[in-house]
Write a protein that binds this ligand. Structure first.
Ligand SMILES: [Zn+2]
Length: 62
């Protein structure tokens, strides 16, 4: 395994662990910013996603 791939894998694992931590409780699946549910497809694509698509892309609906 090359160093680049190794550090990338480590980084991803750390990110996931941090995300898991912030999900303790019933936060999982809802946006950290607006509280809307995050689309299941988005969570499947990026299990560490903490923002809904609208917030992640900067299109906050107000
Ligand atoms: Zn949001």
């Amino acid at each position: 395994m090359s160093d680049a791939i190794r550090s990338r894998a480590l980084h991803e694992r750390t990110r996931l662990r941090l995300a898991m931590k912030s999900w303790q409780g019933d936060e999982y699946g809802s946006c950290n910013q607006c509280g809307e549910m995050i689309a299941p497809g988005r969570l499947e694509f990026d299990p560490a996603a903490s923002l809904c698509i609208a917030c992640a892309t900067g299109n906050e609906s107000r």
